[in-house]
Design a protein around this ligand. Structure first.
Ligand SMILES: Nc1nc2c(ncn2[C@@H]2O[C@H](COP(=O)(O)OP(=O)(O)OP(=O)(O)O)[C@@H](O)[C@H]2O)c(=O)[nH]1
Ligand SMILES: [Mg+2]
Length: 193
């Protein structure tokens, strides 16, 4: 898949702001700071999504229109502790309702940091999407931070841990070095057609 153009289409804070389900969408989910916005910028080839060293940067559901047609959806990160309980509940509820009701959602990319074992919230996401029968793949981020000697071991360990939920596709990527991003895009292509 080649992305010829991408632009921010809509920023959504409440369910009623979601665009009509006229286009296919692929969502990017994962813990706060895992690299969702960076990956989107990297594969879209433009710097539109806001990046930050501080977790909790993306606080809305951001719709990016790809090739004037389909959507990539940047979801707010989960597990960000430094917000009030009330605000966190609002996000969790927004995310849940989004996943449950969105018929135009074709695939979720669950991003997990390749350096660490999946955390409780990652596993909850995997098992929850599985139980909802929402198709998903696992994207392992920030592989440039792994030494090449430990890369395969780390990746296989994550696959092993998550194998209790089933067999899934894994895409190791580095947004910074643009490694693995074309493979990911080529895979996403199947869902957009
Ligand atoms: N080395 C390296 N750093 C990365 C990579 N991707 C993201 N980062 C860094 O990780 C931090 C968080 O990146 P974001 O893209 O803002 O993460 P996010 O998942 O969108 O975070 P929230 O919006 O808070 O949910 C930033 O400091 C990025 O520069 C990568 O592939 N390699
Ligand atoms: Mg973000």
């Amino acid at each position: 898949m080649k992305i010829n153009n991408a632009k921010l289409f809509k920023t959504v804070y409440e369910l009623k702001q979601l665009p009509p389900e006229e286009n296919i969408e692929i969502a990017f989910a994962g813990r706060s700071n895992v690299g969702k916005s960076s990956l989107l910028n990297s594969i879209m080839g433009i710097k539109v999504a806001k990046i930050s060293g501080k977790p909790g940067k993306t606080r809305s559901i951001n719709y990016y229109k790809i090739n004037d047609k389909d959507f990539f959806v940047d979801l707010p990160g989960y597990g960000y502790a430094a917000v009030s309980k009330k605000e966190r509940e609002k996000w969790d509820n927004l995310l849940q309702q989004y996943f449950i009701n969105r018929e135009s959602l074709r695939l979720v990319c669950i991003l997990i940091d390749s350096r660490h074992e999946p955390q409780k919230l990652d596993e909850m996401m995997v098992s929850w999407l599985k139980s909802m029968e929402i198709p998903f793949i696992i994207v392992l981020t920030k592989t440039d931070k792994l030494k090449s000697s430990e890369k395969n071991k780390k990746i296989n360990n994550i696959k092993n841990i998550l194998s209790k939920y089933g067999q899934y596709e894994y895409f190791p990527v580095s947004a910074i070095k643009k490694e693995g991003t074309q493979e990911l895009l080529d895979y996403l292509d199947m869902f957009i057609k």
